[in-house]
Write a new protein. Structure first.
Length: 138
């Protein structure tokens, strides 16, 4: 089960975020390797996350924008892979048909702890963007 959705029994159905519905999602923590960085401003920066598969690193998702304390802890550990900017299909960070993700590739030597709402990958990626909780060992 991914989560629950509920509303008061005496409340009428209403379609909107302010409709009184309450949602709860199960959360899982795991680790992923940082393979790139997105965003032009610090407030928009996110990490492109990967895991090894078939002898190479595969993108599994793009994190939510980083909290300042996480960004300050992880940034000094990242080293550009020297490839310049690249694009990944939008499906890596959302549904098929989403805009491509522009990223600066980094050497995949830093792992981070992430919080996700799925225990397993779906079609090789996370359906919703993971939240980076903290940097892990290099």
């Amino acid at each position: 089960m991914e989560g629950l959705v509920g509303k008061r029994t005496d409340a009428p159905y209403a379609a909107s975020l302010a409709s009184g519905w309450v949602t709860w999602r199960q959360r899982h923590t795991t680790e992923a390797v940082v393979i790139g960085v997105t965003g032009r401003t610090p407030a928009a920066q996110a990490l492109v996350l990967g895991r090894p598969k078939g002898g190479r690193m595969r993108a599994i998702g793009v994190s939510l924008p980083l909290a300042q304390e996480v960004r300050l802890a992880v940034a000094p550990l990242l080293h550009a892979a020297g490839e310049g900017m690249r694009e990944l299909p939008g499906a890596v960070s959302g549904l098929p048909g989403a805009d491509p993700v522009r990223l600066l590739p980094v050497i995949p030597e830093v792992a981070v702890e992430i919080e996700v709402d799925q225990a397993r990958l779906e079609f090789g990626r996370y359906r919703h963007r993971p939240r980076v909780r903290r940097g892990a060992a290099t």
